[in-house]
Design a protein around this ligand. Structure first.
Ligand SMILES: NC(=O)c1ccc[n+]([C@@H]2O[C@H](COP(=O)([O-])OP(=O)(O)OC[C@H]3O[C@@H](n4cnc5c(N)ncnc54)[C@H](O)[C@@H]3O)[C@@H](O)[C@H]2O)c1
Length: 414
């Protein structure tokens, strides 16, 4: 496919999906009604979410759609009696489904998002909202034009740590924040690449709806490696920036109530995982925000010592949010949020350990499906975090500083 035909195709695909946005009215649920759920994409993450939704009281998993028959069998093991489809549109045709969870690869999120809303179902859609900025705009507009309840799979939006950080910031304990530094790091044994998954022997053309997986990407013979390892390639993925930075940018943007970044810079490359992947394993991002703020994010796949976290640096105090890094004195590990006063400006301030309880992100969505309230991670934080990560990836791929205007004017490509 030439560059031009590919662009035309992307444009037509976007228009084609937009053309049938006519939101039917779904059944009104009473406070005690059972919520009937369908799922699109039931791989690794999808099977976790399947277990989560089945654990929510008075909720029933009715059907799943996945392009790979192995996932049908795995889902049936977890939820016997469900219907299974290899085309998500058959699932959306089911009148007795109220709400749909999407955990498909990134390049299919926009299609599944728009089709689910068009079918009149409420939606839980995994992060990152979409593969590109134009798709993010289209999905946000569609969500706003519908009355559907939309939760994005940014589960840190339901964390107690976010509630604590917001309160400390609102109460003026942090002062003026000019910098937030964040990081995320992982490691694997020598010879084993981060994210690389073995291709099961039953992953054959007979068992996979290959054209549905491609979802408009240039046609080619069946390629099981790309189906299973879609994360490693730009045409399906945004790499670790859309996989993980998005969680942390959403958390930071929510804590500080930030608008979209004004500019992004990103350096790095494929330095440790030289296995043919396209997306970088080593990354340093800088985002500029209005009103004197810089946010950084660093990531590596060949050292996990500091795991992940954020440092919010204010004139009057510091917020330290860490996950996994163990405390040498207490031997505790896991998520922790702490506040430390800047003694020069808060001489009587004391350190505080965050204690707010986390909410169940899936349970919050189901509650909102019944109450019609706005869930903890609505489409707008999905949009803001998606634009931020796509600006960073564009800066990396264009090898230059990318402003918000430049990013919005860039046609998606891979
Ligand atoms: N919120 C989190 O913490 C979190 C964690 C992991 C993954 N995720 C997200 O979940 C999504 C899935 O990731 P994963 O690791 O489960 O990937 P995966 O490859 O294990 O699962 C994706 C599934 O979607 C199926 N699929 C592919 N194209 C499809 C289509 N057109 N229609 C229906 N099914 C299709 C595949 O066969 C596969 O079973 C990604 O967006 C990822 O970013 C979120």
């Amino acid at each position: 496919m030439t560059e031009n035909t590919r662009r035309d195709f992307l444009k037509q695909a976007a228009l084609g999906t937009a053309a049938f946005l006519a939101y039917p009215t779904a059944r009104a649920l009473g406070a005690n009604d059972r919520v009937r759920v369908g799922m699109i994409g039931v791989g690794n993450r999808g099977q976790d979410l399947l277990k989560e939704v089945m654990a929510v009281p008075n909720t029933q998993l009715v059907a799943i759609a996945d392009v790979y028959s192995r996932r049908h069998d795995e889902a049936k093991q977890l939820a016997p009696g469900i219907s299974t489809f290899d085309d998500h549109r058959r699932l959306l045709d089911m009148k007795d489904i109220d709400a749909v969870i999407v955990a498909s690869p990134l390049h299919t999120h926009a299609r599944h998002f728009l089709d689910t809303l068009a079918a009149g179902k409420d939606l839980y859609s995994e992060k990152t909202l979409t593969w590109s900025i134009p798709e993010a705009e289209q999905c946000t507009a569609a969500a706003k034009a519908s009355s559907r309840v939309v939760q994005i799979g940014l589960q840190w939006e339901s964390s107690g740590a976010l509630a604590d950080a917001r309160k400390w910031i609102k109460d003026g304990m942090v002062g003026k924040v000019t910098q937030v530094n964040s990081w995320m790091s992982r490691n694997t044994p020598h010879g084993k690449g981060q994210w690389v998954r073995a291709v099961p022997s039953d992953c054959t053309p007979q068992n996979v709806n290959w054209s549905a997986f491609l979802n408009g990407r240039p046609d080619r013979p069946f390629d099981p490696y790309r189906l299973i390892n879609w994360r490693l390639f730009w045409e399906f993925s945004g790499g670790n920036v859309t996989e993980n930075a998005v969680h942390q940018f959403a958390w930071i943007m929510s804590a500080l109530d930030l608008p979209l970044p004004t500019a992004a810079y990103m350096s790095g490359g494929v330095f440790s995982e030289k296995d043919g992947r396209e997306v970088p394993d080593t990354i340093a991002i800088t985002l500029d925000f209005p009103n004197d703020l810089v946010v950084t994010w660093q990531s590596t796949f060949s050292n996990s010592h500091y795991e992940l976290g954020e440092h919010v640096l204010g004139s009057d105090g510091t917020i330290e949010h860490t996950w996994g890094e163990s405390d040498m004195t207490t031997a505790e590990s896991g998520e922790r949020v702490r506040y430390f006063p800047e003694k020069v400006n808060r001489s009587h301030g004391a350190a505080v350990l965050g204690k707010a309880p986390a909410q169940d992100h899936m349970g919050n969505w189901i509650d909102c499906v019944r109450s019609r309230k706005t869930p903890n991670a609505p489409v707008e934080i999905g949009y803001r975090s998606a634009v931020a990560v796509h600006m960073a990836n564009l800066a990396f791929r264009q090898k230059q500083r990318v402003t918000l205007d430049m990013a919005k004017a860039t046609k998606p490509d891979f």
